[in-house]
Ligand binder design. Structure first.
Ligand SMILES: C[S@@+](CC[C@H](N)C(=O)[O-])C[C@H]1O[C@@H](n2cnc3c(N)ncnc32)[C@H](O)[C@@H]1O
Length: 460
């Protein structure tokens, strides 16, 4: 290690920046974020810096650099495009023992600033000691995706309880154990899902009774998206890797299931057409009872839990039982499948509205609002419409939709098993039967389907 990483408190302390362009602007902004008193030296400055000076946020000295500018500074940054000036600043600062950074000139610096991930009060800085700044930025972007923005709020809440914890636990070892317990438990998820008051109450309860965290389970109602695993949200993936038990159904693709924590118990609850492995009410109760055993329960569903997913019923039961939960939206089939089929659902010229309909047959019949489905200038997306496809096409034509209206059925969209059949509304049932498409299939009806001829991009 050639340099010692430190976090330097510069609040209200004088920091001098030499230079008036874009680079100086970036450095000034960072210093202001850290609450420094910034003095800027330059003969000319760019409009952004002028705005900061006019607003009184920085002190601007309109002059060429002189060593006297460094008086009283706790750090100095040279950001000019004049190498001689930069070198002089470095010499002068070193002579006065003032830490100096010269942009893009590691040899002239006594300190450098890493690539920063700001989750204040948690701050991470990555340095490659000047050897590979692009690599440092790449590493930063990787870490950014792993650390939800709310991590800073967790640190804030922990800070609020710091003194109380000190009073309750006398030794450093006990305090450390307490915090480890807290941070591995449900507190973090409460904060990340925006339930900060509940997080505070949990922390208070934990302080009053050490066992409460380990006995309280919860349910994560997670949308697993249409199939491709990289269409999961960051939050979905994080929770999938934390659960003790995963309750999943038929629609969740094997690729997505691969990402569930290896050690988690898996409970399949089915939901194939006409043969629900477990009735919905039993699934609702199962979730509540698993959580009441203290487990972190992942309820993993295909697409989005609130779109033809019965997620609402599940959380209603959880609420009745007082079980904590959070809902993580997923990409619904209409979005994912249409994108991967090259069919935009709306288009300025063809469709200003889009309907999501369930084509699920009840007692072998379809009771849909055919008149609203037959309106012009819209796209109709039908979930679960494979079995009733002939009836749907027939009824739409009977309600005034042109038999030559373009339509598509997409099987297992977004996955390597995706298949797309396009036809006119009149021919669609026969073409789909000939292609022997199997569920899950999504039907898209509307002028936009024509666009696939130009926009098809995903070929498996
Ligand atoms: C019970 S609904 C659940 C919808 C899900 N909650 C969502 O938001 O996508 C099941 C229907 O979604 C559609 N579906 C889901 N994933 C699909 C995919 N990858 N390809 C085609 N259709 C899909 C099919 O119409 C399937 O019958």
């Amino acid at each position: 290690m050639q340099a010692l990483p430190i976090f330097f408190n510069i609040t209200d302390r004088l920091c001098v920046v030499i230079g008036g362009g874009d680079v100086a602007t970036r450095k000034v902004s960072m210093l202001l974020k850290a609450n420094a008193a910034v003095k800027l030296i330059a003969p000319e400055i760019c409009p952004e810096l002028t705005a900061l000076a006019d607003a009184g946020k920085i002190q601007f000295v309109k002059a060429s650099y002189h060593s006297d500018n460094l008086a009283g500074a706790c750090m100095v940054i040279a950001a000019t495009d004049d190498e001689a000036v930069n070198a002089q600043v470095s010499l002068d600062a070193k002579a006065r023992n003032i830490p100096v950074n010269v942009v893009d000139a590691p040899a002239l610096c006594t300190f450098t600033m890493g690539s920063i991930i700001d989750r204040s009060p948690v701050v991470i800085a990555i340095s490659s000691e000047g050897n590979a700044p692009v690599l440092a930025r790449y590493i930063r972007s990787k870490i950014e995706t792993m650390l939800p923005a709310a991590y800073g709020r967790i640190a804030d809440i922990a800070g609020e309880f710091r003194d109380k914890v000190k009073v309750k636990f006398a030794t450093t070892q006990l305090r450390r154990r307490f915090w480890e317990n807290v941070l591995q438990g449900p507190l973090v998820e409460r904060v990340l899902s925006g339930q900060e008051q509940a997080a505070r109450e949990l922390l208070q309860n934990l302080l009053d009774d050490n066992n409460i965290v380990s006995t309280q389970g919860e349910v994560f109602l997670v949308g697993g998206g249409p199939g491709a695993p990289d269409l999961l949200t960051f939050r979905a993936l994080r929770l999938m890797q934390q659960c003790d038990v995963c309750v999943y159904d038929k629609l969740v693709s094997p690729e997505v299931m691969e990402l569930v924590r290896r050690d988690a118990e898996l409970i399949y609850v089915g939901k194939e057409r006409d043969q629900h492995t477990m009735p919905q009410q039993e699934i609702n109760e199962l979730l509540a009872s698993l959580a009441k055993q203290g487990k972190r329960v992942l309820r993993l569903k295909g697409g989005d839990p609130f779109i033809f997913g019965r997620g609402g019923e599940e959380i209603e039961t959880l609420m009745q039982h007082g079980v904590p939960f959070q809902v993580v939206p997923g990409i619904t089939a209409a979005n994912g499948v249409s994108s991967y089929a090259g069919i935009p659902l709306t288009h300025r010229d063809y469709a200003q509205a889009c309907l999501f309909i369930t084509g699920h047959l009840k007692d072998g019949t379809l009771d849909l609002d055919w008149a609203s489905m037959a309106r012009p200038k819209q796209t109709v997306v039908i979930y679960m419409g494979l079995v009733g496809l002939a009836q749907i096409c027939e009824q739409l034509i009977a309600h005034g939709v042109s038999p030559s209206m373009p339509a598509a059925v997409v099987q297992q969209g977004t996955t390597q098993r995706q298949r797309v059949v396009t036809a006119t509304l009149q021919d669609l049932p026969q073409k789909v039967a000939e292609a022997e498409l199997k569920a899950p299939c999504l039907t898209i009806i509307g002028e936009v389907v024509h666009l696939r001829e130009k926009l098809n991009w995903f070929n498996v």
